[in-house]
Design a binder for this molecule. Structure first.
Ligand code: NAD
Length: 441
């Protein structure tokens, strides 16, 4: 509890430095730093401090009739020494968020932040060194090579946030020591806008969810499926909203203070290649499309006419390009979602409860958010995580605490009569065993 309070104190003291570091790394706007980097960590800390006593309390569990005379309880114990490997897109949130859960559960930790945000990673190290004894929390800066050296060590738990490709490398390394893992991965989160959706409202929320952090958000809407009847209105509303938020002209958008940059040339080139491949095969740019490699600048872009064969329809976009796909039948959308790997999130903009339930029942994803997007991350009592390709295990609040804890089963014999079933298996014992199986099984 004291360590959590200390982390919050240091972060509060260093807020201006956090803002500066994230600006240096990819021109992240200050309000976005406050809302998406600082607030989630502060909330995790307050929530954990408020509930930790009750989470930690050993809880008694009832047994079946056959467990008569046995007292049972579950106790959470720290797993031990944990490794947190974090990505660059929300470097503070996704390093310190898991750290809060790890500390709440009583562990010590090594954090390996991303090499793509060097200013923020160096600051994380400073904050950690100012706050914690070195044998409780340490930061190891570096790239994949450093990560792989760490992965050779026999940690008690590894909490990895990043791409599915690297997630597989982490899981293979963890398997050598049978270390448990939490994998918070990515993928393509589809957004459905059906015929009953409030288009203005959907456009407003989608522009925020997609273009904040320049689309570099694991749960950003990756692409939109829109009912054909609503498509022209949605495209118009998205265009208007992009201009209202980021600027009417291309130059206003580029010089505006509220739009950050692609983190590195490698990702700028990846995004350019995805977009060029799509347009060379017949997709059209409905809005935006402006780029400046000198600044890793990519304007908010809407794409029409993409097909499943294009790379942009298969790879996670992770940037400010939003394909809009028209549909006639919601069944075809469900089939398209089910044909790909299970996404981290599915967003449904619809005022038809039957349609929403049908989509939820017939698909699988880490989470679902209805008539909004991205905000599910901030709910303190919801588990946050993926399924299969989008992740293993969950984070946040109690679920984060659980990820870093061993649920230990403690059983105490008070006056059980199980011994009547022990060998030698005389005819009477056999009868009793048969009776037990028949009556209690
Ligand atoms: P990444 O997988 O490239 O890197 C993540 C971390 O792994 C970094 O610290 C990096 O140094 C390290 N790493 C890279 N290659 C490695 C290797 N070969 N061996 C060991 N470690 C290695 O991911 P990224 O580009 O930093 O982040 C983007 C990805 O993260 C996207 O797929 C996104 O969807 C996902 N993501 C998921 C969540 C979530 O909560 N589920 C949150 C943010 C980002």
């Amino acid at each position: 509890m004291a360590m959590l309070a200390r982390l919050k104190d240091t972060m509060k003291r260093r807020e201006a430095d956090v803002v500066q570091a994230l600006y240096a790394d990819f021109r992240k706007p200050e309000p976005e730093v406050r809302l998406t980097e600082l607030f989630p960590v502060y909330q995790e800390i307050s929530h954990a401090r408020r509930h930790l006593r009750s989470w930690l309390k050993p809880h008694r569990v009832h047994g079946s009739l056959g467990m008569f005379g046995l007292a049972a309880q579950v106790r959470y114990q720290p797993k031990g020494v944990c490794l947190i490997i974090s990505p660059w897109n929300y470097p503070v949130n996704l390093s310190f968020g898991p750290l809060v859960s790890a500390l709440a559960a009583g562990n010590s930790c090594i954090i390996k932040p991303s090499e793509l945000t060097p200013a923020t990673s160096a600051l994380l190290k400073e904050i950690v060194e100012e706050t914690f004894p070195r044998d409780l929390v340490a930061v190891c800066e570096g790239d994949a090579e450093v990560s792989q050296v760490l992965l050779e060590l026999p940690f008690d738990h590894i909490f990895f946030t990043g791409s599915p490709t690297v997630g597989k490398i982490v899981m293979a390394a963890a398997a050598k020591h049978l270390t448990s893992v939490t994998l918070e991965l990515g993928g393509k989160s589809p957004t459905i806008v059906d015929a009953t959706a409030n288009i203005e409202d959907a456009a407003r929320k989608i522009v925020w969810g997609k273009f904040s952090n320049n689309g570099q958000t694991c749960i950003a809407p990756d692409h939109i499926y829109v009912s054909r009847s609503q498509a022209p209105a949605l495209v118009e509303a998205l265009r208007r909203e992009i201009k209202r938020v980021y600027g009417q002209s291309e130059s206003q958008q580029k010089s505006g203070p509220d739009y950050c940059r692609i983190v590195a040339p490698r990702h700028f080139e990846r995004l350019s290649a995805l977009t060029d491949d799509a347009t060379s095969r017949g997709a059209t740019i409905l809005e935006g499309g402006a780029r400046d490699p000198g600044q890793n600048y990519f304007s908010p872009t809407l794409l029409g006419g993409t097909t499943p064969q294009m790379a942009i329809s298969r790879e996670e976009i992770f940037g400010p390009v939003l394909p809009i796909i028209e549909y006639d039948d919601i069944g075809s959308v469900v089939d398209a979602i089910n044909a790909g790997p299970k996404p981290l999130a599915i967003y449904i903009f619809s005022h038809d409860a039957a349609v929403r339930e049908d989509i939820i029942r017939r698909t699988s994803s880490g989470g679902v958010c209805i008539n909004n997007n991205v905000v599910q991350f901030l709910h303190p009592n919801l588990p946050f995580g993926g399924v299969n390709n989008s992740g293993i295990g969950t984070a946040h609040g109690f679920y984060g605490f659980k990820a870093f804890s061993h649920e230990r089963a403690i059983l105490r014999d008070r006056f059980s009569v199980l011994r009547i079933l022990f060998p030698p298996y005389t005819p009477t014992v056999k009868k009793l065993i048969n009776l037990t199986v028949r009556l209690l099984g």
